[in-house]
Design a protein around this ligand. Structure first.
Ligand SMILES: [Zn+2]
Length: 141
């Protein structure tokens, strides 16, 4: 599912914002809105960056894409450690999120200080393709 070379091939030349490209089920299956927001924050990447910008001229993953893949894996691992055995386990039968909601770094934190040490930025919310995106404009480039 999470392969940097495969994603590089899909993102190459795309002007579509990185956030939207990551939510596109044709690129990666099953990555939810919260996980994408959290992973982009961890990787220090702007959700507005064109997807093609994380791919080099030869169609290979840039360092930024490799870091993003590591961030996605880390977010998923943390979510599982926080109480679920898979991503879907975090949606309870009543529609609320599970334990992971208490450990969000950026999601649903609009107007609050960025938690990255030394950043000093403020989390903002924007809407992309009809979904809320939470990010820190100071440290996510
Ligand atoms: Zn920040």
């Amino acid at each position: 599912m999470l392969d940097a070379d495969l994603l590089a091939a899909r993102f190459a030349g795309k002007a579509q914002p990185l956030k939207a490209a990551l939510l596109d089920q044709r690129n990666i299956a099953g990555l939810g809105n919260i996980y994408v927001c959290e992973a982009l924050w961890r990787a220090g990447l702007s959700p507005l960056k064109p997807a093609g910008a994380v791919v080099d001229a030869k169609g290979r993953p840039r360092k930024t894409l490799v870091l993003l893949m590591e961030a996605i894996r880390a977010v998923i691992a943390d979510a599982i450690a926080a109480g679920g055995s898979s991503l879907r386990d975090h949606i309870q039968t009543d529609g609320t999120l599970g334990y992971f909601q208490h450990s969000f770094s950026v999601y649903d934190r609009e107007g609050e200080p960025c938690r990255k040490p030394g950043c000093g930025g403020t989390v903002e919310r924007i809407v992309q393709a009809g979904r809320s995106t939470f990010y820190c404009p100071r440290c996510q480039k």
